[in-house]
Design a protein around this ligand. Structure first.
Ligand SMILES: Nc1ncnc2c1ncn2[C@@H]1O[C@H](COP(=O)(O)OP(=O)(O)O)[C@@H](O)[C@H]1O
Ligand SMILES: [Mg+2]
Length: 240
């Protein structure tokens, strides 16, 4: 599986209102990039553009992959809302992509992933019987099930308690090794643990603060992780 670099150069508007002014950035191939920035700055819009879910977005510019192959069929997006189907049980929800494409569903693998995200006791439940954090773990399993070279994660751990969040960060970092990951998060500590590269998006464009040299996922209590977390927070505060 070849995971390409992604590049975006351009501006976007929705309903005649500018979402972001001209930006240029690259998401390195096979690495984990965290995209940080205040609410409303356009982070989810960027993920939708890379995912090809650009209905209603007017984009003026270019979105490319380093190997010039199309995005279609090579991207999975974990959206900010979990988009679980209330009438399907958990394995069927995890297999939804295959079903929608008319492919046979690998329910064994879906159950294995649900076990890895800690939901083995809930396999026969419907999403309405789950907590917000459990639903988010189902959505993560569904994204991992897609097994794509480009993975877009929109605040994937936001509903999780601290312990589950650390566990799911470790699992995602492990299972997505070598993929090109673009991960939107509000959490500077999360970016400090996971990022090979950080993109910090503000009203005046994007900057790339350099993460510690150590390999992610970093220990949450390592001095370099905590120092970079504090540095990112300071940059975000200074930008407002
Ligand atoms: N469907 C929509 N209709 C109108 N405006 C929208 C829509 N989706 C997003 N926007 C606007 O685009 C801007 C960026 O939104 P979004 O990309 O969701 O921001 P972020 O993910 O950084 O919080 C916001 O000002 C938001 O109000
Ligand atoms: Mg968003």
């Amino acid at each position: 599986m070849t995971s390409p670099a992604l590049s975006l150069s351009g501006s976007a508007s929705i309903g005649g209102e500018q979402v972001f002014a001209p930006l240029v950035f690259t998401v390195p191939a096979g690495q984990w990039t965290c995209l940080l920035g205040p609410s409303g700055v356009g982070k989810s819009t960027i993920l939708r553009l890379f995912a090809g879910l650009d209905d209603g977005i007017t984009f003026d510019g270019q979105i490319t992959t380093s190997n010039d192959l199309p995005f279609k069929g090579r991207v999975s997006l974990m959206a900010q809302s979990d988009l679980l189907m209330p009438w399907l049980d958990l394995p069927e929800n995890v297999c939804l992509g295959a079903r929608l494409r008319g492919e046979s569903a690998d329910l064994t693998r879906a159950c294995h992933l649900l076990t890895q995200v800690g939901l083995s006791d809930h396999l026969d439940k419907r999403p309405t019987a789950l907590s917000g954090g459990q639903r988010q773990r189902v959505a993560l399993a569904r994204t991992l099930m897609e097994d794509r070279p480009i993975v877009l994660l929109d605040e994937p751990f936001s509903a999780l308690d601290a312990k589950s969040r650390a566990q799911m960060q470790n699992l995602a970092a492990d299972l997505l090794t070598g993929r090109t990951v673009l991960h939107v998060t509000h959490d500077t500590a999360e970016a400090a643990r996971l990022a090979d590269q950080v993109l910090l998006m503000g009203a005046n464009g994007i900057t790339c603060p350099t993460p510690p040299q150590t390999h992610p996922p970093r220990a949450f209590d390592a001095p370099e992780t905590q120092g970079f977390d504090g540095y990112l927070l300071r940059l975000m505060l200074e930008a407002t």
